[in-house]
Design a binder for this molecule. Structure first.
Ligand code: PGA
Length: 263
């Protein structure tokens, strides 16, 4: 059975003091493992501080928001997978739509980054999602499928199994407009069958696929009940301690319910 997972993407937000404060609050409130897995992704300059706070709390992981695909070298301003590994970071968001939109990251870059992350034993949180124009043209499924295929190009089944995928429709990110649970589940099912085509039926049932885009505690209860939605990649709501805790509770309860049905 797939564990639910909630990942907080803090983006370029919070002062260092606020980031530490939020982390200490999470740490003191989540003393034992929850049914849902939890990761926070601070800005890269805070990674060491936050991962140090959480180092004796293995059930709250620290992830990075981005990395370059080269191991080292003259790439001013970039952070390498090797450096993340040095900081004991376990996870890295790759191909977030804001990276694609503002920093011109292509599907090819995303593919190289996924391969580099896997090489260094980092779990890629591979983001895909269509923009509003594509959705209005009725091409959401085909574009997302294409992003998935380009992102996993040349990966073997064992590598595909290590991915976490996040379906994040661009029009829903930071806009307050959430994609309905039904629609999100439909696209996520399609992603799962694409993974099946490129790996094995068993792997397609193991890979976690999350929803992201305006996730809040008052709208996510609907989504997390869908069997193919394995959790959330949360932006704005992850900056607020109470909201983030509510989302962790929603995912944990959904996990426990699935578990009791499958017993
Ligand atoms: P949001 O961002 O929850 O603020 O919409 C989600 C994301 O970009 O991962």
């Amino acid at each position: 059975m797939r564990n639910k997972i909630i990942i907080g993407n803090w983006k370029m937000n919070l002062s260092l003091a606020d980031a530490q404060d939020l982390t200490f609050k999470l740490k003191s409130s989540i003393k034992v493992e929850r049914p849902a897995e939890i990761t926070v992704c601070p800005p890269s300059v805070y990674l060491l501080t936050i991962s140090n706070i959480l180092k004796d709390t293995p059930h709250i992981k620290t992830g990075a928001q981005n990395m370059f695909y080269k191991e080292e070298g003259a790439y001013t301003g970039e952070v390498s997978p090797k450096m993340l590994k040095d900081l004991h970071i376990e996870m890295v968001i790759i191909g977030h739509s804001e990276r694609r939109q503002y920093f011109n990251e292509s599907d090819k870059d995303v593919n190289l980054k996924i391969k580099a992350a896997l090489k260094f034993g980092l779990t890629p949180v591979f983001c895909v999602g269509e923009d509003l124009k594509i959705r209005e043209k009725g091409e959401a499924e085909s574009q997302v499928k294409n992003q998935v295929l380009e992102g996993i190009k040349d990966l073997n089944s064992a590598d595909i199994e290590k991915l976490i995928i996040a379906y994040e429709p661009v029009w829903a990110i930071g806009t307050g407009k959430i994609c309905s649970g039904e629609d999100a589940n439909k696209i996520i099912k399609m992603i799962r069958s694409t993974i099946k085509e490129k790996s094995t039926p068993q792997i397609s049932e193991t890979v976690r696929i999350l929803y992201g885009g305006s996730v809040k505690s008052d709208n996510f209860g609907e989504h997390i009940k869908y069997p193919d939605i394995d959790g959330g990649l949360v932006g704005g709501a992850s900056l607020n301690f109470e909201e983030f805790m509510k989302l962790i509770d929603l995912a944990s309860n959904a996990h426990s319910q699935v578990q009791s049905h499958s017993v």
